[in-house]
Design a protein. Structure first.
Length: 366
């Protein structure tokens, strides 16, 4: 079976789905996902937090452009926003190499007393310095993913699951891409394959600039029996070697590890979870007796830790949407708007246009 489209998006994580939904109003779109369900890897395993202070300046700018789009993105009940207030405290604890969190300026300083009032299990004697990002928020990732998938289908786009790319060739300005049960003919291919983006690029003759999948581990533990934790903020230590936040009435904690690995269905190593639990118990009064749900995901970074959004400078009809690291969820709407403008030749607005150069894949060919 041969199917024709204008745009073939490889990868149905949130970045790929959001772009596909944007493009579906401009042409025929097919999304090819290697797994049986969209968002199986990084999208489904993220910390689901929006932090405007996270990442390098171009990432922060892309997040700022994405925030109003996420705020306006309705949940399945059509009433609530996909963002819910959470807040983040960045804290220098006794034992951290960084003795202050001045690197998080211009976020406002907060007293250790106010911090411990917000999160009563923290040990006051361990707190050295605090800054507060009050407008950080939880992201309803499922709602956003479902919304973009619904929009894709309403606009005539198609998702093909269990559709790993086998081979690709360019002929007379058209890509012919072999999937397990079909051959796709597409004018333009978008590589949004997450941890597999470098491997996918090689099938199309594009050079991987050094995309690195990094494992990030997390686990769920019980909170204190006599306290409701759902309203607590997220806590991130100064060295970025531990964070924890409420999750489903319990606490999610992570050692914020970044272990280089090959692309695979990631799982948490016992040692990484043990490290997170040990660090957590050093700064709190809570004894963790049981780890309920450990898991891991892959965060894929380009060498400069900025995403790659744009046409490959050497391979005709091949477009990168890769290297989103740990910020792919919160930047997806803005990245999709920028990518769609570049792909269709429309003029992006001034804020997006300013990001096209810094995020262009051509920066690695200079």
């Amino acid at each position: 079976m041969t199917l024709a489209c204008d745009f073939l998006v490889i990868g149905a994580g949130l970045p790929g789905l959001s772009l596909a939904a944007e493009l579906a109003s401009e042409g025929r779109v097919i999304v090819a996902e290697r797994e049986e369900h969209p968002g199986y890897h990084a999208t489904g395993r993220s910390a689901a937090i929006f932090s405007g202070s996270y990442g390098l300046p171009p990432v922060q700018a892309l997040s700022a452009l994405s925030r109003p789009l996420l705020e306006a993105f309705p949940t399945e009940d059509g009433v609530r926003s996909s963002l819910t207030a959470r807040g983040i405290f960045f804290v220098a604890f006794e034992g951290d190499r960084r003795r202050t969190v001045d690197h998080m300026a211009p976020l406002p300083k907060v007293s250790p007393t106010d911090l411990c009032r917000a999160v009563p299990i923290l040990r006051p004697d361990m707190v050295l310095d605090v800054r507060h990002e009050a407008d950080a928020a939880d992201i309803d990732v499922h709602a956003v993913q479902s919304g973009y998938l619904r929009l894709l289908r309403e606009r005539g786009g198609r998702l093909m699951s269990g559709a790993a790319v086998g081979a690709a060739r360019r002929d007379h300005g058209v890509w012919r891409v072999d999937l397990p049960h079909a051959t796709i003919e597409a004018r333009t291919v978008i590589d949004s394959a997450g941890a597999w983006a470098g491997q996918v690029a090689a099938l199309f003759g594009a050079a991987d600039p050094g995309l690195a999948p990094l494992r990030r581990s997390a686990a769920i533990v019980d909170g204190p029996q006599d306290m409701a934790v759902s309203g607590w903020p997220m806590i991130v230590n100064a060295d970025e070697t531990l964070y924890f936040k409420p999750e489903g009435g319990r606490l999610m904690l992570s050692p914020a590890d970044e272990t280089p690995v090959e692309p695979h269905d990631a799982y948490a190593e016992d040692m990484d979870i043990a490290i997170a639990v040990d660090r957590f118990m050093q700064i709190t009064t809570l004894e963790v007796r049981q780890v309920r749900t450990p898991w891991a995901g892959l965060r894929t970074f380009a060498p400069d830790r900025l995403p790659m959004i744009g046409f490959d400078p050497m391979v005709e009809g091949f477009f990168w949407l890769a290297g989103q690291g740990g910020f792919g969820i919160q930047t997806a709407p803005g990245a999709a708007r920028l990518a769609a403008a570049l792909l269709t030749g429309h003029q992006p607005d001034e804020a997006l246009r300013a990001l096209a150069g810094p995020l262009s894949p051509g920066r690695f060919r200079r």
